[in-house]
Unconditional design. Structure first.
Ligand SMILES: Cc1cc2nc3c(=O)[nH]c(=O)nc-3n(C[C@H](O)[C@H](O)[C@H](O)COP(=O)(O)O)c2cc1C
Length: 318
């Protein structure tokens, strides 16, 4: 086993592959991650290795980042001393018992609930460090486990992690429970002037309203009409939606103009301009190509990303 793991580690390192290998009572369990080409070379060797049989692939999927990035092959042999020391199970911290409740809020995408939950931990007197170490980080790991076992999707994982990240920043940088609860911004959700398709804009309306934002809608027929509405309502952010069904390549130039005029209409308040539509979802256009701050590939997660951009641009503590 030692020799197998040692050799495997050397080879994995040379192939840019990371992962872990568990051995217990005659059974192996392994996770491997890395460039697809390296994995297929490796898989061929492992598959032909006569030191094991009855091999079953439990799951094969694309991951956004390597979970075992620091390990050529983290291996653990239950019958002996671990090859690499694996953390001993620590006695439970008082906050850790709250992980399942936080996990539920994360899986429901309830960012306000998460903030309130973390605020109440701060109110109970837990320090920011304790909240991060014993509540937020274990919840992130639980979320990773849920994804590995297919109990949540990759989108749930990504959004959940960014919500936790924001909650983590909030306790570090704005430790008063009050400030955690008072994060409300306003957004104007507009269809691009003349655009009859409003699916994206109406999906966003639900998401932003549920997240506690102040939402104004606009269906302008010209840049000037949009500018007038912006000048009177002064939102923190503006989202301009092109069609979610049809690529509107020829509209990009006009959209750039709309973004520019919108900023001009409310220079002191409008902090973030976001754009959306099929062109952006297909990655055929970017935020930069129309002078916006953000392009949404999907509606989900927009509340978090736009709030984060407002904070960054205003250099507010998170
Ligand atoms: C359960 C198990 C897991 C293995 N994992 C790896 C691994 O992660 N990386 C690796 O290079 N070899 C691993 N090996 C060893 C390979 O099967 C193979 O012996 C080694 O890569 C040498 O390949 P070659 O004989 O094609 O040169 C593993 C073997 C077993 C039985």
């Amino acid at each position: 086993m030692r020799e197998l793991a040692w050799k495997a580690r050397q080879r994995n390192r040379s192939l840019g592959v990371t992962g872990m290998l568990l051995y217990d009572k005659g059974r192996f369990f392994q996770t491997l991650e890395g460039p697809p080409k390296s994995l297929s070379v490796l898989w061929q060797s492992i598959n032909e290795d006569r030191r094991h049989s009855h091999i079953e692939i439990l799951s094969e999927h694309i991951v956004p980042a390597q979970l075992f990035g620091g390990w050529d092959l983290l291996s653990y042999h239950a019958d002996e001393e671990p090859f690499h020391k694996v953390d001993k199970i620590k006695p439970q911290h008082g906050l850790t018992s709250q992980v399942p409740a936080l996990m539920e809020l994360v899986l429901n995408g309830d960012d306000l609930g998460i903030n309130a939950f973390v605020a109440s931990a701060a109110e109970q007197g837990w320090s920011g460090d304790a909240i991060i170490t014993h509540l937020i980080e274990p919840t992130a790991r639980a979320l990773g486990d849920a994804w590995l076992s297919d109990d949540c999707s990759e989108v749930d994982l990504t959004i959940g992690l960014s919500m936790l990240q924001l909650a983590g920043h909030a306790v570090r940088h704005a430790p008063t429970p009050q400030s955690l609860r008072q994060r409300r911004y306003s957004i104007m959700l507009a269809t691009a002037p003349g655009e009859p398709h409003a699916l994206g804009t109406s999906l966003l309306a639900d998401l932003f309203t549920d997240a506690g934002w102040h939402v104004d809608m606009a269906f302008p027929d010209s840049d000037q009409a949009l500018a007038n509405q912006l000048a009177s309502q002064k939102p923190d952010a503006l989202d301009i939606g092109l069609s979610d069904a049809l690529p509107r390549q020829q509209k990009l130039k006009l959209l750039r103009q709309t973004v520019e005029r919108s900023r001009f209409a409310s220079p002191d308040h409008l902090t973030v301009v976001s754009v959306g539509g099929r062109l952006f979802a297909d990655a055929a256009a970017t935020a930069e190509s129309v002078g916006a701050d953000h392009a949404r590939k999907t509606a989900s997660g927009s509340t978090i990303r736009i709030a984060e951009l407002i904070r960054q641009k205003r250099q507010l503590p998170r």
